[in-house]
Design a protein around this ligand. Sequence first.
Ligand code: PLP
Length: 279
Amino acid sequence: AFYGDSFIDINDKVVPIDERGHQFGDGVYEYVKVYNGTPFLLDEHLERLEKSALNILLQLPYSRQEIKDFIQEGLRRSGLQNSDIYIQVTRGISPRNHLFPTNVPAQFAMTIRSGKVVPNEQRKQGISVMILEDERWANCFIKSLNLLPNLLAKQKAFEHGHGEAILSRDGYITEGSSSNVFAVKDGVLYTTPATNRILHGITRAAVIECASKLNIPFKEYDMSEDFLRHADEVFITSTSVEVLPVSKVESITLPDERPITTALAQAYSELYATNEAHA
Ligand code: PLP
């Protein structure tokens, strides 16, 4: 792991009491997957980190190249080929006060852990999802540390036997608690428009590109809850789950055949299998 300006043991207790990250959630983060030793779509993730930081008026303490160098060094130290990188930047360490501290550097933190893999069985079967009210703020395009509404929704869905919570605002699907949502109806691929209501997922963008290459008709569209329930196919995307089929929306079982989901999952896995080409 890395905290502030140096590499540390991941179990070290290093975060000061007055770190604004844990007192206020005053920071932003990224989550990057490493395939075959190379971080996948790293520039896209770092660009989003820069955008998130800018939108909370936070100045990143390191340049993009410096962050890339820390990542390379961290990967070398970890010895891992397939791993998950978590990066967070907070507004630093200063006695608790809602006002921004002055002349306090932002704090950079990173962990690198063995890559989490969705079990094959689950990938084949698909997960079931529960639609819940989106109780988040107006700027969900910022990857902010404030994830309480996401956690509460995910936990509730889990306690009802579902694998993901799909959030809905004013009757329209926004996204998952930690994923973007796609649906297929009559051969057309749909996903929620990339507005302030959702995180502009890196996987979402990669999947849209795959769809274009495969000549799958695609539309950004505000999907109603019933649109999702009556879709031919539904899947979620994220850096960690990649393209994951949804088999059930609450009590409604979706069709077993998922040709478009399967094609897109395949195309996405080919993208990261040839990861080096993008490095
Ligand atoms: N939406 C939310 C709320 C998320 O937390 C995430 C990922 O963590 C995503 C979407 C998917 O984003 P990405 O594909 O960039 O991982």
